[in-house]
Design a protein around this ligand. Structure first.
Ligand code: PMP
Length: 484
């Protein structure tokens, strides 16, 4: 790194920490200054290059600056089209809606309405909550433990870390930290029964709700895929009780989980879908798509100045078409399950990995402390185990008799730091910030995926050794990526 480049890099970081809010997030763990980016790669002001598996928190399904996205943006700029149009009709918007409806689950596409709202995921969540409240005349919302729906008041209330909430909280099924201690299909069934009884018990203390909101895979909550059978139960439970079901696909949409929309895995048709991140092809855009029967709100019920971002719509259209035509959802499913298998092998080598899980290219590795019982810990894959539909390693039945081990956020943070030192950007998430998350672009090549896993394995080895908490098991080799 030249002395000038280093001075620029350090100066910008110093000014950032002096001038920006104490609430800043990614910038704290990732002290880099991106100046150029293409695909999976980011180059910093210091000349260093990184493999970016954060992808704008799951936004960049085609990676940075994909040629089709840049071309779509340039075309709008060169055409002289207005960039700001409130919610007026334009050819660019018309093309976006046509392509979006083309991709929707058929049961919804045939009767869909779309509401453009403020450009963030959280704006679309607010709009969806207002939509179902207006349509049902009820106020309450049901949401799940560990949920993340955004940072504005209503979305935050429905999220797992709400401190003041009128939202009724229901158990989201999970294997490793199953609240019922059993995990697997039985744990999910108990979670569903609890939901059913809260709705049907007239003394449950929970008024009949305006809607239920769920993530098909909890992202910020620690990469927890909902079992398909549980998703179908939620659909049936809500449909039979006239409770609109809202699927928050802000993070899971546009091929990320191995299906174009994550609800397709279970085959359910939600009443409302909340979409953002990837649908804007890296620019800010959010929409709510919902069944026409819910479209009973008055004009102006949900307005906003920034509902017509033409560049984002053009970039989004290009992204949706590219993902569909190049079958990137299938690619995410295949590569994702291969990566999960490789990571499951890594979990077999390191006792500090409590669980590896994910769906498609939405992957999480949970770090834990304490000692695993007798060699292979509770969630190590069974010998020769392969992934069941790319969801979780086969043979994993949830917590062992002595329960899951305590989360290890310091270790996860150390792994993230070691990854960065090796030129790999990863995200942290989960209830205790102990889950290292991978959200690579769907365009990632086999070789790049191998490089990502090699760097991650190397980082785990170093971090575990330095913290003295995650001894490598006997005979451990960390060349996991080599087998991709
Ligand atoms: N819903 C989900 C499932 C999300 O993952 C996020 C962001 N991580 C949001 C909503 C909020 O989106 P935004 O940050 O754009 O407001």
């Amino acid at each position: 790194m030249s002395a000038t480049a280093r001075a620029v890099h350090e100066g910008i970081l110093r000014r950032q920490s002096a001038r920006e809010s104490a609430a800043r997030t990614y910038a704290r763990a990732l002290p880099i200054v991106p100046v150029r980016a293409r695909g999976l790669t980011i180059e910093g002001a210091d000349g260093r290059r990184y493999l970016d598996c954060l992808s704008g928190a799951g936004t960049l399904s085609l990676g940075h600056n994909h040629p089709v996205v840049l071309e779509a943006i340039r075309k709008v700029l060169d055409s002289g089209a207005p960039l700001h149009v409130l919610d007026l009709a334009t050819p660019v918007k018309d093309a976006f809606v046509t392509e979006l409806f083309h991709t929707l689950p058929p049961g919804l596409a045939d009767h869909a309405r779309v509401q453009f709202c403020g450009p963030a995921g959280t704006d679309a969540v607010e709009a969806a909550l207002k939509l179902v409240r207006t349509a049902t005349g009820r106020a309450g919302i049901m949401a799940f433990t560990g949920a993340y729906h955004g940072m504005t008041a209503g979305a935050l209330e429905a999220s797992g870390d709400a401190s003041h909430t009128l939202v009724a909280r229901l158990p989201y099924p999970q294997d490793y930290r199953c609240p019922f201690g059993i995990g697997g299909p039985q744990g999910a069934e108990l979670a569903a029964r609890w939901t059913e009884s809260v709705l049907d018990d007239p003394k449950s203390g929970v008024p009949h709700p305006a809607g239920m909101i769920l993530e098909p895979v909890q992202g910020e909550g620690g990469v927890i895929p909902a079992p398909d059978a549980w998703m179908r139960r939620m659909r049936e439970i809500t449909a039979t009780r006239s409770v609109p079901l809202i699927a928050d696909e802000v993070q899971t949409g546009v091929g990320r989980t191995g299906a174009f929309w994550a609800v397709e895995h279970s085959g359910i048709t939600p009443d409302v879908m909340v979409l953002s991140k990837a649908i804007g092809g890296s620019l800010p855009l959010a929409v709510v798509v919902y069944h026409e029967d819910l479209d009973v709100w008055e004009p102006g019920t949900h307005a906003g100045t920034f509902r017509g971002n033409q560049l984002a719509m053009a970039a989004g259209t290009a992204t949706l078409i590219y993902v569909r035509e190049n079958r990137l959802a299938e690619r995410a499913a295949t590569l994702g399950s291969r990566m999960l298998n490789q990571l499951a092998a890594l979990a077999g080598e390191f006792s500090c990995i409590g669980e590896v899980r994910g769906r498609g290219l939405m992957i999480g590795v949970e770090f834990v402390g304490g000692e695993g019982g007798g060699g292979a810990h509770s969630s190590a894959p069974e010998p020769g185990g392969v992934l069941d539909g790319g969801v979780t390693p086969a043979g994993k039945r949830g917590p062992s008799a002595d329960g899951p081990r305590p989360a290890a956020p310091e270790l996860a943070a150390a792994v993230q730091r070691e990854c960065l030192r090796r030129g790999l950007i990863v995200e942290l998430g989960g209830r205790h910030a102990s889950v290292v998350r991978l959200l690579p672009p769907l365009t990632i090549s086999d070789e790049q995926a191998a490089a990502v896993l090699d760097r991650l394995a190397d980082a785990v080895e170093t971090a575990a050794r330095e913290l003295g908490s995650g001894r490598a098991k006997a005979g451990a080799t960390t060349g996991v990526g080599a087998h991709l």
